[in-house]
Design a protein around this ligand. Structure first.
Ligand code: ZN
Length: 156
């Protein structure tokens, strides 16, 4: 378990957003509503990570359409929750996770449910991108099917 690397690589909301943009879009940001690539980053300082779509005129960020959409929980806590859950040998209690992350238990329950769903559906690559940030993180022998899937590389 390497929480230190998450803390040091993603110290701010901005750095988390930036990382998610790379994992989700690479060099081709696209509108999650209409899939157009005619998009531009907003420049307002209070709208960090917001984009405008010139095709459908909507505004979005990298979280739109993901489990972290409209979340009020800092992204670093999501990253930590994902890392902790992916590495856990047993199901983590929401009580424990709430203490670890300093988030209300109800909120943690909601996060856990969404993360569990995302781990087995199309958002897996996004989570994978978060926890593979440190190559040693999921190194070693896979403990079970979930770890194996999360540990496999799908960059190509
Ligand atoms: Zn659009």
């Amino acid at each position: 378990m390497n929480l230190i690397s998450i803390f040091s690589k993603y110290p701010t909301q901005e750095s988390c957003l930036e990382h998610l943009e790379t994992v989700r879009w690479g060099d081709n940001p696209t509108c999650p509503h209409c899939r157009s690539d005619k998009v531009a980053r907003k420049n307002e300082l209070d709208k960090v990570g917001r984009w405008n779509c010139h095709a459908c005129k909507s505004s979005f960020n990298v979280l739109s359409g993901t489990i972290m959409q409209k979340t009020k929980v800092p992204l670093q806590k999501w990253f930590l929750a994902i890392g902790l859950m992916a590495n856990a040998k047993k199901r983590l209690s929401s009580c424990q996770l709430a203490r670890d992350l300093d988030v209300r238990q109800q909120t943690v329950g909601y996060m856990q449910t969404r993360i569990r769903v995302a781990m087995v559906n199309r958002e897996r690559h996004l989570l994978q991108g978060i926890i593979e940030a440190d190559e040693t993180y999921l190194g070693g022998k896979p403990r079970n099917g979930l770890c194996r899937r999360l540990g496999s590389h799908q960059h190509d």
